[in-house]
Design a protein around this ligand. Structure first.
Ligand SMILES: [Zn+2]
Length: 289
């Protein structure tokens, strides 16, 4: 085992700092552990930063995880439009500054840009960032911690299917909140490990993907982490995903990491992905103290 792996014994829970974990299952050589205090569920050990970076090379987007992510993105535009319109309706905002953390090749950014938003994005993948830059999008390589200062504060920050990939989700949320306008919004989507699909399928659940997915949230643990980061969850929806039919079959048969973007796209919704819109909590305490 590489030396930069943290051992489970030395880790503290990312949400509540406890060090008491229950072993749930083993998949692709990694353990899935659940905190006995707060129920946050995660992959152990966490790969080191270099290993994480190597997971998301061009191979991830063209071959390993996705056959051709760009083509996949095109078929996903209806999803992006739906997410954007729900976010606009619920936040009562229809323009302003928007940051997409984990923007990949910028598929969602394109849609938001078309609707008139001023959009920037960050992604850990150099391949994605160079693809997005070639499409004239305002993007930089990195995670929440690397958002350029000069980009200022945002009305809305999105993290679509991103937080489950991060090695320190609470820090990422804390940093993101600092970049929101005082009453700005965070919209976040991720799998729900307490969903019926996840419970029934266990290690065969399509989103059970260590070490690509490092954290597995439930409504309860995601709500708790958002609140800890200074956000108030306001609304939740369970959107499905538009997938090429070949990929949908691979996912359903438990071969989630194998690419197969063939055939027409189908809309698939097992109600196991939650999207939460949360508002930055006004720091009223600071006024009285
Ligand atoms: Zn915990």
């Amino acid at each position: 085992m590489p030396k930069n792996h943290h051992s489970s014994s030395s880790r503290a829970c990312n949400l509540c700092n406890a060090r008491d974990f229950e072993f749930l299952l083993k998949k692709t050589g990694y353990s899935i552990l659940r905190c006995r205090r707060c129920e946050l569920t995660f992959t152990d050990p966490i790969p080191g930063p270099d290993e994480l970076k190597s997971i998301y090379g061009q191979e991830y987007f063209q071959g390993e995880m996705y056959n051709d992510y760009q083509r996949e993105v095109e078929s996903r535009s209806p999803d992006y439009r739906k997410w954007l319109s729900w976010t606009e309706k619920t936040s009562l905002l229809s323009n302003g500054s928007w940051l997409d953390i984990g923007c990949a090749t910028g598929g969602f950014m394109q849609i938001a840009l078309e609707k008139g938003w001023d959009v920037c994005g960050v992604d850990l993948s150099d391949y994605c960032v160079s693809t997005a830059k070639a499409a004239n999008l305002k993007v930089e390589t990195g995670t929440a911690q690397d958002i350029p200062r000069e980009w200022g504060q945002f009305d809305i920050i999105s993290m679509w299917d991103t937080i489950e990939h991060l090695d320190d989700p609470l820090s990422a949320l804390n940093v993101a909140v600092q970049r929101l306008q005082p009453e700005g919004w965070l919209v976040i989507s991720t799998g729900d490990i307490s969903s019926i699909a996840a419970r029934l399928l266990g290690k065969r659940w399509w989103l059970m993907l260590p070490p690509v997915h490092l954290y597995y949230f439930s409504r309860k643990t995601l709500d708790a982490m958002l609140r800890k980061a200074g956000l108030t969850p306001v609304s939740v929806r369970r959107f499905g995903r538009r997938l090429r039919i070949g990929r949908a079959f691979r996912l359903l048969s438990g071969h989630g990491t194998t690419s197969a973007e063939v055939g027409p796209s189908v809309y698939f919704n097992a109600l196991d992905i939650m999207t939460i819109l949360a508002r930055r909590t006004s720091p009223e305490e600071n006024i009285s103290s």
